[in-house]
Write a protein that binds this ligand. Structure first.
Ligand SMILES: NC(=O)C1=CN([C@@H]2O[C@H](COP(=O)(O)OP(=O)(O)OC[C@H]3O[C@@H](n4cnc5c(N)ncnc54)[C@H](O)[C@@H]3O)[C@@H](O)[C@H]2O)C=CC1
Ligand SMILES: CC(=O)C(=O)O
Length: 310
């Protein structure tokens, strides 16, 4: 499978690195308005491939995306310390007006995988610009926040994060909702596991985990200027589900007709992902506070997209 990546910066290159090393694509092509950067990233990553897998990695222009099954859009600006994701909207919408048209011209049948922030709104903008069905325009959404939640829960409970089944819903951003009430480790509710392990999930522990998930990006950006390894692996995970038609349940963002009392808005809930993109939505059972928080997150995103003229 051929995977295109538009935007060869920190996020695009980390995704390309993960995809190449995981051996889930036959080729990865980088396109960036900075052609020297795209070439350098492709060359550097191609030197890692012989150690791990088999994948052609090169740089090109939009014409080279012809035949791509998936195109990742990671172009645009990223947050500076103190900036929110929503503050990037105007600048990244302008980038997408140019980029989406170029991609569609050569790869009209590709599934588009959106990374640029604010990712939920950029996903909805991409559906408007492309006219593609919502199921084929997938925002990475809260796949990263869900990984952060599982990582912190696993660390507290001393259990592998891969054995923690918990999701972050709603906006990939400040209003996101950690779904505690249905989270499990193994087959047991979290509270039961916490008691059995002698590691109670007190209100203080839950508040610390909430802060660690919700504010992870701000902390990492303060420390090193950008986040990229986590989302690079998350994007590769979505590409794997598509490439291998896995029907995995992943928290990703697509434009959804009715969700949490709001119509026609892109946000994350667990969804089934395979070769055709998203094939089903799996709305979790939530408690009243989580339902209300998800409604607020959806309404915030709806207000933001309504202000975008595309
Ligand atoms: N969805 C998520 O969970 C995450 C999303 N992000 C977002 O990903 C985006 C990229 O972040 P980074 O890679 O760190 O930024 P970066 O600045 O390292 O890379 C962005 C790249 O986009 C290219 N670009 C800009 N305008 C372009 C255009 N019109 N055509 C082609 N290429 C263009 C630039 O030349 C640059 O190489 C940001 O919006 C950031 O907020 C970052 C981390 C996590
Ligand atoms: C930057 C960003 O969106 C994140 O790391 O969550």
């Amino acid at each position: 499978m051929k995977v295109g990546i538009v935007g060869a910066g920190m996020v695009g290159s980390s995704a390309g690195y993960a995809i190449a090393l995981m051996g889930i694509a036959s080729s990865v092509i980088f396109v960036d308005r900075n052609a020297d950067l795209a070439r350098a990233q492709a060359e550097d990553i191609s030197h890692a491939v012989p150690f791990m897998s088999s994948c052609m990695v090169y740089a090109g222009d939009y014409g080279d995306l012809k035949g791509a099954s998936v195109v990742i859009l990671a172009a645009g600006v990223s947050q500076k310390p103190g900036e929110t994701r929503l503050q990037l909207l105007g600048r990244n919408a302008a980038v997408f007006r140019e980029v989406v048209a170029e991609v569609l011209r050569v790869a009209p049948n590709a599934i588009l995988l959106i990374a640029s922030n604010p990712v939920d709104i950029m996903t909805q903008i991409t559906v408007r610009l492309s006219g593609l069905p919502a199921s084929r325009v997938i925002g990475s959404g809260t796949i990263l926040d869900t990984a952060r939640f599982r990582s912190l829960l696993g660390r507290h409970l001393q259990i592998s994060p891969q054995s923690v089944h918990a999701y972050v819903l709603g906006e990939h951003g400040d209003s996101e909702v950690l779904a505690w009430s249905n989270a499990r480790a193994g087959s047991e509710p979290l509270l039961s596991i916490a008691a059995q392990m002698g590691l109670p999930l007190t209100d203080d522990v839950k508040a610390e985990i909430d802060d660690g998930v919700r504010n992870a990006a701000y902390k990492i950006i303060n420390g090193k200027g950008a986040t990229y390894y986590g989302i690079g692996a998350g994007l590769a995970r979505i590409v794997k589900s598509i490439a291998q038609d896995q029907q995995d349940v992943l928290s990703v963002s697509i434009v959804t007709e009715h969700v949490a009392g709001v119509d026609d808005v892109a946000l994350s809930i667990p969804r089934v992902v395979g070769a055709g993109g998203v094939s089903a939505d799996l709305m979790p059972t939530l408690d009243d506070a989580e339902k209300e928080a998800l409604h607020r997150s959806a309404a915030l995103l709806k207000t933001a997209i309504e202000a975008v003229e595309i």
